[in-house]
Design a protein around this ligand. Sequence first.
Ligand code: ASP
Length: 288
Amino acid sequence: MRPSLILHGGAGSPAPEFSADRRHGLQRAFTAAWSMLEQGGSALDAVVHAVMLLENDPTFNAGIGSCINRDGIVEMDASLMDGATFHAGAVGAVRTVQHPILLAQSIMQAGQHVFLVGSGAEEFVRTHGIPEIAPEQLITERQHRRWRSAQTHGEPGTVGAVAFDTAGHLAAATSTGGLFNKHPGRVGDSAVIGAGTYADDALGAVSATGVGEAIIRTTLARTTVELLRGGVDPTQAARQALTIFRQRTASEAGVIVIDALGRVGYAHNASAMSVAYRRGDALVIEAD
Ligand code: ASP
């Protein structure tokens, strides 16, 4: 089967000053994950790898470069789901891990729990050999400047990936530093299976971005996947999900989708959302 892949780098207000960096970051992550899929790699490995590269890229609001909370600290959320096995892993409000998506994957692989938060999740990091990082190393100069001046413009993007592999399996992953100036301990949709991330080989897979509280209340990822029933086109399902989302919450979000046939779609109701996907043989990157 021919693989498919779509990445997002967050939805929100356009930030033209970061557009070139976002484009470059998305291109790099897409190319690496795409070559894994082309060589027969799994959808799960491809989404984890793409998200890890984006977590390392200070242009995005995930891993290094994450938004800073009210107390000047980075607290990150991430989740992933395997559409083949229905296994999932998630972390909320973690402070000492370089790659929250790796921690989520490791929780999934351990198999006992789905969702760990705060200090318990960090203890899991230490006992499972996941690379730790000093909390201050996650803070970039740009984010610190922004926090000092309480400047909300130029929100960098949460990251997400959805893949369909040559065996016909789906996976989705999402990672974020959350919302700028958020309350300490706040966990958003990116950590919540069904809200920010969902994957089911029978229907499709989704990663969401936008205002986490509204995305949680509408379980946006699962809602989008359900709208694929009956073979609905993924772009159509994404648009319909966003219509429901807007009507119920008057808030902003975006979703990337791949259905059970490997068809790719996305939609958002924010003023901008960065995405990378393939149209035919060409890589398309939107990064305003
Ligand atoms: N959804 C993320 C959150 O609320 C933020 C984002 O996607 O920009 O934590």
